[in-house]
Write a protein that binds this ligand. Structure first.
Ligand SMILES: *[C@@H]1O[C@H](CO)[C@@H](O)[C@H](O)[C@H]1NC(C)=O
Ligand SMILES: *[C@@H]1O[C@H](CO)[C@@H](O)[C@H](O)[C@H]1NC(C)=O
Length: 494
């Protein structure tokens, strides 16, 4: 509209002027007109883009509405039934509404859900490594009769293998729909079985002869493989090798015959831990006419869990994806672990430990091999180290510094040798007397001082003697013993 108005205006000016405009004025006028036109053109382009965006938005909304329709229908049905006051029906309605947000991890899961929107076989979005964590969802084919998930790729059609000479000279990377190998790995991990079929037509061009690989495929972990069928990674073979019907009985693959006649091999790779195929390499090809056809990566079922989960990875396989503290099976009892699922199956795990699964062990056992005497109260130092796990015991000063808050068990034993009446060994926490043992008869007595304390990180523990002699000698072996062990760690230190 504005274009028309502007042009008619221009005409009016030209006509009304009636005479030739001065050159300079004409030039400036042209520049101005051109600038105006550019502006208008930009505006029109802008409008076009906006229109297209709006159209796309409408299309996308239409699709969404179509997807929601069955859900809403179900919702309406259950709601009308809930008029008779059945509370279970009301729950059902809520579940149907929330199902609109349900993105299954596999087609198996979609089928198991029994939701109406997953009835028909077809293309669906799934998220094997977990919704809202790991990599984005992938678009796959679901066979809803079998519950099988098939991931397509860019090399499903038959592709010619050109002539080329060194081993592996022809190379074809396989690009999966969605592109995420992490999602493929996740899919395999949470499925019972996976397989991928391959067919190769050859006119010469052996796979593996006398242990030399001329052809191979690359697995999901970037390893070269030369088994073309079955699940035995260590065995170069094709389907004819497994069935013992290759063209030459001494070979495992027809193509290994390496003759200039058309032959073919096929295989069904079923080792799910190495699938899918990520690259194909062929070589030593002296004739045109060869080709390869690689099937979709297909997985079905779900693994059986005949065990209690013992790690965050187990929990992820079962389907947990919310970060948090979970109880799992430990070596001796149920333990708690903190799971961070934000990386999908590469879940981060932190053990919150008790007695046998401490995040870091703290234990010491030190001795004195000679007698220690003092005329004033003083800290007992030690000179024999049996154990000092965690390094918290300083033998020279005789001071144990608590490395982490928790409950500790200590034990002391030694032989008294009172000089003038009373001899006492005192257990101190932060210079404060907490416990003691005492001998007040002349002669030698065994003194014991076991105790359990809840201590905070940074607290110090030491044994002091009053005046007297703590007896020990090398001949009878060290007779003064001091041990300590962290029994139970405080999970949440303030
Ligand atoms: C589903 O899989 C079964 C078994 O492989 C097959 O017979 C059937 O044709 C498949 N259905 C569809 C719709 O792909
Ligand atoms: C490949 O193996 C899988 C699993 O054993 C099986 O379900 C599938 O039918 C096989 N496909 C072919 C073409 O043999």
């Amino acid at each position: 509209m504005s274009v028309t108005i502007f042009i008619s205006c221009l005409l009016v000016i030209t006509v009304a002027g009636g005479e030739v405009l001065p050159d300079e004025f004409q030039r400036q006028f042209d520049v101005m007109i051109m600038a105006k036109f550019d502006q208008l053109e930009a505006k029109v382009r802008d409008q076009e883009i906006q229109l297209k965006t709006a159209r796309d938005e409408i299309l996308s909304l239409k699709t969404k509405v179509q997807q929601l329709e069955p859900v809403l229908e179900e919702n309406a049905k259950t709601k009308s039934r809930s008029v008779d006051g059945n509370p279970i029906v009301a729950h059902k309605a809520m579940a149907a509404t929330s199902s609109a947000l349900f993105v299954p991890r596999t087609c198996h899961e979609a089928r198991e859900s029994g939701l109406p929107e997953f009835k028909e076989s077809g293309m669906y979005w799934i998220d094997p490594d977990g919704l809202k964590i790991g990599d984005g969802a992938i678009y796959v084919y679901c066979n809803m009769t079998t519950g099988a998930t098939s991931v397509g790729h860019d090399s499903e059609a038959t592709i010619d293998i050109p002539k080329c000479s060194p081993a592996g000279c022809y190379s074809r990377p396989i690009v999966y729909n969605g592109g995420s190998l992490k999602q493929m790995k996740a899919l395999a991990e949470i499925s019972a079985d996976c397989h991928q079929t391959i067919q190769v037509n050859c006119l010469g061009g052996p796979f593996t002869v006398k242990g030399i690989d001329y052809a191979w495929w690359t697995d999901v972990s970037d390893n070269k493989q030369n088994f073309w069928s079955g699940s035995d990674e260590s065995d170069h073979t094709c389907q004819c090798g497994i069935e013992n019907n290759c063209v030459r009985s001494d070979l495992e693959c027809n193509c290994d015959a390496n003759v200039a006649v058309p032959l073919s091999d096929n295989g069904n790779i079923t080792l799910k831990g190495v699938l899918p195929v990520t690259k194909l390499n062929f070589g030593q090809i002296n004739h045109n006419g060869g080709s390869h056809t690689l099937g979709k990566f297909t997985c079905s079922g779900k693994p059986t869990y005949a065990f209690y989960p013992s790690s965050c990875a187990d929990l992820w396989r079962i389907g947990y994806t919310l970060n948090g503290l979970y109880p799992v099976r430990g070596s001796k009892r149920v333990e708690f672990i903190y799971c961070d699922f934000s990386l999908g199956q590469n879940v981060q795990q932190e053990t919150i430990g008790y007695a046998d699964v401490k995040t870091q062990a703290v234990e010491f056992y030190v001795q004195r091999s000679d007698e220690y005497s003092s005329t004033t109260p003083s800290v007992i130092p030690f000179n024999v180290k049996i154990l000092n796990e965690g390094g918290a015991m300083d033998m020279v000063s005789g001071i144990f510094t608590v490395p982490k808050t928790g409950t500790y068990l200590f034990d002391f034993s030694g032989i008294s040798n009172p000089v003038d009446g009373v001899f006492s060994v005192v257990f101190n926490v932060n210079d404060e007397k907490k416990a003691s043992t005492l001998a007040d008869d002349p002669g030698q007595f065994t003194m014991n001082l076991p105790s359990i304390w809840h201590l905070a990180k940074g607290d110090t523990v030491k044994l002091t003697i009053t005046s007297g002699i703590l007896y020990s000698d090398d001949k009878n072996g060290p007779l003064v013993h001091f041990t300590g062990i962290l029994l139970e760690e405080d999970i949440f230190e303030p």
